[in-house]
Design a protein around this ligand. Structure first.
Ligand SMILES: [Zn+2]
Length: 114
């Protein structure tokens, strides 16, 4: 493949990526999977702590966040996903839920330990 040709392909790839970004399929803020029928609007910073922004999450993801973190911890995270997904419980959850169907819902999320 010539240098020129490779450059052209790279540009095409770049354009495809940009197109994807322009029309994103809605995915979950926490786990990044696509949605089934149910989508929850979730305040990553609790309303009671002054949070206003909402993100779209699976019901099971929302329940997991609420189980693992206290409102005070969520407020401290500032609504930053990166700070939540470092938590070992969330790491485990993400690995576990990754293969589940979009509509998968767990009736009993892991219990809060305190
Ligand atoms: Zn999710």
């Amino acid at each position: 493949m010539s240098k020129h040709e490779r450059r052209r392909l790279e540009r095409e790839e770049e354009r495809a990526t940009q197109l994807d970004e322009a029309t994103p399929l809605p995915t979950c803020w926490l786990c990044g999977r696509q949605f089934g029928e149910k989508v929850d609007q979730y305040h990553p910073v609790p309303k009671s702590k002054g949070g206003r922004a909402t993100v779209a999450v699976h019901p099971v993801c929302r329940r997991t966040i609420e189980t693992v973190f206290t409102n005070a911890e969520l407020a401290r995270s500032g609504g930053e996903r990166d700070k939540l997904i470092d938590h070992p419980e969330i790491v485990r959850f993400l690995g576990w839920v990754a293969e589940k169907a979009p509509d998968f819902d767990a009736p009993t999320a892991p219990r809060r330990k305190r």
